[in-house]
Design a protein around this ligand. Structure first.
Ligand code: NDP
Length: 508
């Protein structure tokens, strides 16, 4: 549970600006009974929404997108005030989120189009795979990208024909309430997208409720708790957890571009992104030049203020994690080039560049989720790949290199890789987003992200009868012998025909 930039009484949750300590506002703490009631209302909405045509849903989602765009100033301002991120980053988040609403609405029909598949041996059948809405999706969102991240589930779930009950982080509830207000005004079904607010207990109630799927973004520890709670009803879960994303810089990389990307990838949103660049492995021959360039660029950045590049950290709990990682690294021999544990003032952390780091240090193995760039010298690309893959996480990754870049990318054990760029996969709505290992499972974004919120239905439709009907007890006396022969013919060493052809022949 995050702390300090929100407080709670039994029935109200207050959200504070992490940059100033000012109250942003307060929201109700919804009880388990209220969460269940919201899910029940959503179920009614889901029935009507799921019955609409794709075109009708697309039209309503387009109105929703337009209404969000109309309210972009207020939404960005709330993102800025509740999360602490600079206004520029807040607007970038709004823009990216709206791109996903547009994409999900436009793609749903094609992504969910029924597919005819081969009927194999049963050549007298027509076989179809079709996709149908699940019903009600519970979305539990994080505080770092309070709009963009949950929208990756919300937009795709709605486009697939589901209703949504969204529980935002206790640190960023007002933004979510604003989105729900816009949704209630835009959608003809006011309960289609509801928000329930509160701290972890409200999220836990949603995970235990009668939703048809839970889409969770947050820490691996809480993700496991959500999965255990959902197991009670065998509710499926999609887990988008943290990462320890590596970046590899090869000898033939464009160093200036690589440094610029490392600085942005590690420090955007003050490093509080699940796909932040969390560690950098640089070829020996260019290591020193790369470090000099990174340090030079980092020194030009401004922390805090209206024109700052880095805002306040969203919670004091996160500041403590970053400080602990820095102290641990320094105690184990890391060299500090900028920032460091003494360059922390309240919720502001000066961006920190470290070298002489290794995998005994938390900063190279645990999710730091803060403005830190640890850079490690490597003797070869093989060593870089080995170290990059030496993690229980597997979310994003990036490679800067010349001709061999794609080959290096293919060796990385991660859900996503950017080549000669950082984080780009999250801005391409057609690319599925998600991880492996401790980074979770399931995908948001892309066609996979739409189908994630559907149930798959398989239909086998008999279109003509054939003399040999295996789905009957009425078989000729020599059927066992015939089957024995057929197995050899169809699947043994002397395969004479594909199963379908064989049965077509048999049908005459
Ligand atoms: P959490 O994982 O605790 O919170 C994520 C969401 O889960 C929030 O909405 C939270 O609500 C909710 N939640 C908390 N407890 C429960 C529960 N028992 N059942 C259901 N939902 C629950 O994140 P933290 O704020 O504690 O962050 C800790 C770490 O997680 C960070 O240091 C970072 O490493 C990682 N993280 C990763 C993110 C990502 O994008 N992958 C995003 C955020 C964090 P509430 O906030 O009200 O407690």
């Amino acid at each position: 549970m995050a702390t300090a930039t929100s407080t709670q009484t039994p029935d109200r949750l207050t959200s504070y600006n992490p940059a100033t300590g000012e109250v942003v506002g307060s929201v109700p703490v919804h009880t388990a009974a209220e969460v269940d009631a919201a899910v029940a209302r959503a179920r009614v909405a889901a029935k009507a929404w799921g019955a609409l045509s794709f075109a009708a849903r697309n039209e309503e989602l387009t109105s929703f997108r337009k209404a969000l765009a109309e309210n972009a100033e207020e939404i960005a301002e709330l993102l800025h005030r509740e999360n602490g991120k600079p206004l520029l980053e807040a607007y970038a988040e709004v823009m990216m989120a709206l791109g996903h609403v547009q994409h999900a609405a436009a793609r749903a029909e094609e992504a969910m189009a029924p597919r005819k598949v081969s009927a194999g041996m049963l050549a007298n059948f027509k076989a179809t795979v079709s996709y149908h809405p699940l019903g009600v999706i519970g979305v539990i969102g994080p505080w770092n990208y309070p709009l963009f991240t949950p929208m990756g589930s919300i937009a795709y779930a709605l486009a697939a024909g589901n209703a949504v009950v969204f529980k935002p982080s206790e640190l960023t509830p007002l933004l979510a309430v604003k989105i729900a207000e816009i949704a209630a005004k835009t959608f003809q079904l006011p309960d289609l997208l509801q928000v329930v607010t509160g701290a972890g207990a409200t999220g836990a109630a949603l995970a235990k409720s009668a939703v048809d799927k839970i889409a969770f973004t947050g820490s691996a520890a809480t993700g496991k708790r959500v999965m255990m709670a959902a197991a009670e009803r065998l509710t499926p879960v999609l887990l988008e957890l943290g990462g320890k994303d590596p970046m590899i810089v090869a000898e033939d990389a464009d160093l200036a571009k690589a440094a610029e990307a490392a600085v942005f990838g590690a420090l955007t949103n003050a490093g509080q992104a699940c796909i932040s660049v969390e560690r950098v492995y640089v070829a020996d021959a260019v290591h020193d030049r790369f470090v000099d360039e990174v340090v030079k660029q980092v020194r030009d950045l401004k922390v805090g203020g209206d024109d700052g590049h880095l805002g306040a950290m969203t919670s004091t709990a996160q500041v403590a994690i970053v400080k602990d990682h820095l102290e641990d690294a320094i105690a184990k021999g890391a060299k500090v080039h900028t920032g460091g544990p003494n360059a922390i003032t309240g919720n502001y952390i000066q961006p920190t560049v470290l070298t002489d780091v290794d995998h005994r240090m938390k900063v190279m193995t645990d999710e730091t989720f803060g403005p830190v760039i640890p850079i490690k010298r490597v003797a070869s690309l093989d060593e870089a790949v080995k170290l990059a893959n030496d993690t229980s996480f597997g979310l994003g990754s990036s490679v800067f290199a010349g001709k061999g870049a794609r080959a290096i990318a293919d060796k990385l054990r991660a859900g996503m890789t950017a080549v000669n760029a950082v984080m780009a996969f999250s801005g391409i709505p057609a690319l599925p987003f998600g991880g492996i290992g401790d980074s979770g499972f399931g995908r948001i974004h892309g066609d996979e992200g739409i189908r994630e919120f559907t149930r798959v239905k398989s239909t086998a439709e008999q279109v003509m009868s054939i003399p040999m009907n295996m789905m009957s007890f009425r078989q000729p006396k020599d059927m066992t012998k015939r089957l024995r022969g057929m197995i050899k013919q169809l699947y043994g060493e002397g395969v004479v025909a594909k199963a379908g052809d064989f049965f077509r022949k048999l049908r005459g």
